[in-house]
Design a protein around this ligand. Structure first.
Ligand SMILES: *[C@@H]1O[C@H](CO)[C@@H](O)[C@H](O)[C@H]1NC(C)=O
Ligand SMILES: *[C@@H]1O[C@H](CO)[C@@H](O)[C@H](O)[C@H]1NC(C)=O
Ligand SMILES: *[C@@H]1O[C@H](CO)[C@@H](O)[C@H](O)[C@H]1NC(C)=O
Length: 259
């Protein structure tokens, strides 16, 4: 159980350098970009553009992506069991509520991040039209892909980047197991059902860092790749701290293959 942010009703919340108009919540004044007011009595802080909400009876605020509140009792959400899409939330506008997409073996966000799926060379019985072609991950480290051998998402332990494995070219189990990255599938990440997708560190945020897409010319077609917040990655330029939120979806929202 994580510590709770207490209800904050003091006017000392005001940050004087902010030009934003203030609002009132009961007797308190607050910045709407930083807090939400509930019932004119409770102020809860916003983090990564995600509002926290009061848990009535507990006297605290909680992130519904992490905890649930029932009769004043807060509980950690269950670990995810459903296939899910990922959405990024950052403090600044371009990073708020944007879909994470799979392309070129990386998971990325941003206007140039593409969903690169295909359905070619499939066996009989595969109905390409049945796939929605969205980037859908499973909590066990696999992706919602039906290519023989499957595909897997992982955090590369060398550089901490969030990637996915190439599709195997044969149905041989031995070959599928040898695909680089397969051995790290799902490691060091905890996924909560309709909640946070968290890297196993004390901070639980990710870094979205501007990178040129594979095959792209520098300065064009760049997207934000997603990195774990290791000390060396925190020194990158052009990165934004984000939280990743899993939303349960049907596995059929996925693809036959991610390219
Ligand atoms: C809001 O205030 C009303 C009246 O005091 C109370 O009945 C209600 O339970 C409160 N709702 C929440 C969410 O605290
Ligand atoms: C994110 O955007 C979708 C629509 O694109 C909306 O339904 C949803 O409420 C948004 N979520 C948050 C937390 O802002
Ligand atoms: C499958 O074949 C293509 C083209 O020959 C190659 O680019 C790709 O890397 C191969 N994939 C694997 C997993 O070996």
């Amino acid at each position: 159980m994580r510590p709770l942010a207490a209800f904050a009703l003091a006017a000392s919340l005001l940050v004087t350098s902010n030009a934003e108009d203030t609002a009132t919540c009961g007797a308190a004044t607050y910045f709407p970009s930083e807090y939400s007011c509930y019932n004119d009595t409770a102020l809860c802080p916003t983090a990564y553009s995600l509002p926290t909400v009061p848990c009535s009876g507990s006297g605290g605020c909680y992130a519904p992506q992490s905890l649930s509140c029932n009769g004043g009792i807060l509980r950690t959400l269950p670990k995810a069991s459903s296939p899910f899409t990922l959405t990024a939330f950052g403090t600044r506008e371009p990073y708020r509520n944007v879909s994470v997409k799979a392309c070129g073996n990386y998971l990325a966000i941003g206007a140039n991040a593409r969903e690169c799926t295909s359905c070619t060379g499939v066996g009989p019985g595969v109905q390409c039209s049945s796939y929605k072609g969205r980037t859908v991950l499973l909590p066990d480290g696999s992706m919602a892909a039906d290519v023989p051998g499957g595909q897997y998402w992982y955090v590369d332990p060398r550089d901490g980047v969030l990637q996915f494995t190439k599709a195997a070219n044969s149905t041989s189990t031995a070959q599928a197991l040898e695909i680089p990255g397969r051995e790290f599938a799902g490691q060091r990440v905890t996924v909560y059902e309709n909640g946070f997708f968290e890297y196993d560190s004390s901070s639980h945020y990710w870094l979205a860092c501007l990178r040129t897409l594979p095959g792209g010319t520098i300065g064009t077609g760049r997207s934000w790749r997603i990195y774990s917040p290791s000390p060396s990655n925190l020194e990158f330029k052009e990165c934004e701290k984000i939280k990743l939120v899993a939303t349960a979806v049907d596995r059929k929202q996925g693809a036959y293959r991610y390219e």
